[in-house]
Design a binder for this molecule. Structure first.
Ligand SMILES: Cc1cc2nc3c(=O)[nH]c(=O)nc-3n(C[C@H](O)[C@H](O)[C@H](O)COP(=O)(O)OP(=O)(O)OC[C@H]3O[C@@H](n4cnc5c(N)ncnc54)[C@H](O)[C@@H]3O)c2cc1C
Length: 396
């Protein structure tokens, strides 16, 4: 701990307690004691004149040297789980982390938090993790952003990873910015590509910027860890190898890490009768060319006939024809199905970034020059109100 309390000089006068904005100081046996979980090293107690006996010192140089870039090693992934089931993106992060770790000649560590999740550690190891940092506690049964972020921040401070990757899921988006802020480092959201710069040995984080018109390459040269989120289906999943071995590091949960300002009372699951868009093998998507909410029924029929899910362009969502949860694209979901059928979607870049890695793209559009028709594997030029009913008939 870089905050030193000189026991020879301290008289337990408690003046410093009033100056600590985080209540991190207490008096025990007539001596000031600092709680290293709550203390943020802000230095308020160590300012000149605060302690009448000059007993508190903040070793800034030591702190910086300790947290210096060279001290950071290994590639971490957050192993998000719900009810003990690892989320799909975790396997994709493991695959990418393994690739990055091999280039950096470092290890892959997975961070696993939950109530009883130890049985998942071996699965993480089989998919590429060398070490699994496991924290189990009743308080970690459900995701709570402040509690989880406090634990992960503490682990990062202790073990000093060089890179931290997290899924751009609802949980990941709530969690990882909090960790980045506490660690005072940068975070690049929704990366579509990650690699190590061969010269600088820094993580090159690529993501769409300026409305998807350019791909920005972002570096975090001066702070550690380098942190990125990645959407589900952007990278291929790691393939399990049951012969892999690794180490499980059990870390205790500290009761003081439990946030008191929020409590999960219940978790209510919304059951949808449609296939989850990001998991679907076939997606039938509709755009402005569908012309109204009633016509989406036609897309649902086609999706049902081919065993797929229904997607949409932002134009269709903005019109209120279909819910946002169906939106594909930069500000919607990234999908990677085997077949993507784009009906009445022009194919603007913001839509393409969410679906262009689909194996087969079928475009139905009356405009042969629409960008979607140019990138399609199969371009059906004509009126979708004639083509789709015929397709449904054929498929049935
Ligand atoms: C910051 C930002 C983020 C964005 N994020 C997203 C996003 O996540 N997802 C997204 O989709 N968009 C997004 N957009 C919007 C995007 O730029 C486009 O406006 C949108 O994708 C257009 O939707 P569309 O293709 O359905 O509509 P249009 O561009 O209007 O295309 C309609 C198409 O339907 C065809 N058509 C019309 N009638 C028929 C018919 N009878 N038969 C056959 N074809 C027909 C037309 O030829 C045309 O090609 C974003 C924009 C910005 C600025």
């Amino acid at each position: 701990m870089p905050l030193i309390i000189d026991q020879e000089k301290c008289t337990g006068c408690a003046v410093c307690l009033e100056r600590c904005p985080f209540n991190a100081l207490t008096i025990v046996d007539n001596l000031a004691k600092v709680d290293d979980v709550t203390c943020t090293l802000c230095g308020a107690c160590a300012k000149q004149g605060v302690c009448p006996f000059d007993a508190i010192t903040l070793l800034r140089e030591k702190k910086e040297a300790k947290s210096g870039i060279a001290a950071h090693r290994n590639i971490w992934i957050f192993a998000e789980q719900k009810k003990g089931v690892l989320q799909g993106v975790v396997y994709e992060l493991l695959g990418k982390a393994r690739e990055l770790a091999d280039v950096r000649q470092q290890e892959v560590w997975a961070v696993l938090l939950g109530k009883t999740v130890a049985h998942k550690a071996q699965e993480l190891i089989a998919c590429g993790a060398d070490k699994v940092v496991l924290v189990e506690d009743d308080c970690l049964e459900f995701f709570e952003d402040e509690t989880y972020s406090t634990v992960i921040t503490r682990l990062c401070r202790n073990y000093k990873p060089e890179i931290v990757l997290c899924g751009a899921t609802t949980i990941g988006r709530a969690l990882i910015p909090r960790v980045a802020v506490q660690l005072k480092t940068g975070l690049t959201a929704d990366c579509t590509e990650l690699h190590i710069d061969p010269e600088k040995q820094l993580l090159v984080q690529t993501r769409p910027a300026f409305g998807g018109n350019i791909m920005a390459r972002i570096l975090c040269p001066q702070h550690r860890p380098q942190m990125s989120t990645v959407r589900h289906k952007v990278f291929p999943a790691a393939q399990p190898d049951s012969s892999r071995t690794g180490e499980i590091i059990r870390e205790a949960f500290n009761a003081r890490e439990k946030a008191n300002n929020a409590r999960v009372v219940d978790v209510i699951e919304i059951l949808e009768d449609t296939v989850n868009l990001t998991e679907a093998n076939i997606i039938v998507s509709g755009g402005r060319g569908i012309k109204g909410p009633a016509n989406f029924a036609m897309l649902h029929d086609l999706a049902k006939a081919v065993g797929g899910a229904v997607g949409a362009s932002r134009a269709a969502v903005d019109e209120g024809w279909v819910q946002y949860s169906h939106q594909v694209g930069q500000t919607g979901k990234t999908v990677n199905p085997k077949v993507y059928i784009a009906c009445g979607i022009s194919g603007q870049i913001q839509h393409l970034v969410g679906m262009q890695s689909s194996d087969v793209i079928i475009a139905i559009n009356k405009d042969p020059d629409a960008p979607m028709m140019k990138i399609a594997t199969l371009a059906l030029c004509g009126d979708l109100f004639q083509i789709i009913p015929e397709l449904i008939k054929q498929m049935k």
